[in-house]
Design a protein around this ligand. Sequence first.
Ligand SMILES: Cc1ncc(COP(=O)(O)O)c(C=O)c1O
Ligand SMILES: [Zn+2]
Length: 405
Amino acid sequence: MRFWLRCRGCGREFEPEKLPMCPECFEPLEVAYDLDAIELDRERLASRPKTIWRYRELLPIRDHGNVVGMRVGYSPLVKCENLGRELGLKELYVKNEARNPTYSFKDRPAEVAVSKAREFGDEVVACASTGNLGASLAAYAAIAKMKCYIIAPYDIEREKLAQIASYGARIIGIEGTFDDARRLALMASEVLNWNVVNFTIRPYYAEGSKTMIYEVAEQLGWELPDHVIIPVASGSLYCMTHKGIEELKALGLVGEKRVKLSGAQAKGCGPIAEAFEEGRDEIEPVKKPNTIAKSIAIGDPYDGKYVLKRARESGGYVYGISDEEIREAIRLLAKTEGIFTEPAGGVVIGMLKRLVEEGKLDGDERVVCYVTGNGLKTMGLMTPYVHESLVKIRPTIEELKATLG
Ligand SMILES: Cc1ncc(COP(=O)(O)O)c(C=O)c1O
Ligand SMILES: [Zn+2]
């Protein structure tokens, strides 16, 4: 067998069926591969199309004919000369996922999930979402002609709801938090037999996210960065970054190296950051998230304890970034690098800035920031700043001159 499931907690192994978590210890399951049997070298990879499927031996789809879309992958790794200079960092990069097909990194797990759903013969897909996964899943379900249900907090950004609705999915708006949406989605998976991609087939879905770090390594000429800063909601992208690094090392595609993995959360919903900062092992769920970073507002993160453990082991940090810092960071990235991100990218750049200010980053370190979503999806947040730039005049040269002062 090319791949199977392995429990992250107890190590038990299972057939690659629909299994959301370990039936023995309830810890997360991961897809395991026979890495010794995989023959992948840099030259072979270089000749392949620039989508996530260039790493197909490391993705959990048996028959490539089931792949839906083939749209996402190889987003730009932008060398940030201006921002780097401003912060005193020689080698700063942004992995820019704002340009993906539906404008967030969620296209990676969603493309794998819908392909896997097709492989399982499903005609309905669903998810619990804070907005971005909903948009991605709805788009891929439209391509695959599957029925799609998105369960999300009713008060997420209108831009995201409009996007999801345009793809034709049914949106179930919850009076409550993401955790309430997740609980309902789990019930729907049992009672209505929905394939809830971030529960029913979570181990396969999660695999899509690790392709970001594969690309980073390849884009750096098959070298790993020193430090990666990752936005954390459920902690899946963070854990998959760690898994991806271990796989690249095992395949000999990169050399041995300890990469610091830092997690960025919002202060108004930062259960992992609080545990990290207070030196606790237990994560206290946040009951009422209160932040502008709605896309990462998950009060009870499923992979939380693994994020905490891996941050400590790798020498990284987990911080909670305030709404004010997030807004400032969104503008800083836009003004220095021309990249317009939503608050999930703002927490990452805010955290980068904080790490520099606290002297926790060495100016020579090669740092990669994951900018995972597009600012156009949260336009409402930035409109209060428009007046700082906008003047209204009659179209005459006199008024123009008068305005310029
Ligand atoms: C833009 C964006 N970045 C990062 C994340 C974090 O994802 P994860 O649940 O994998 O931690 C999310 C989750 O919804 C997101 O929408
Ligand atoms: Zn287990």
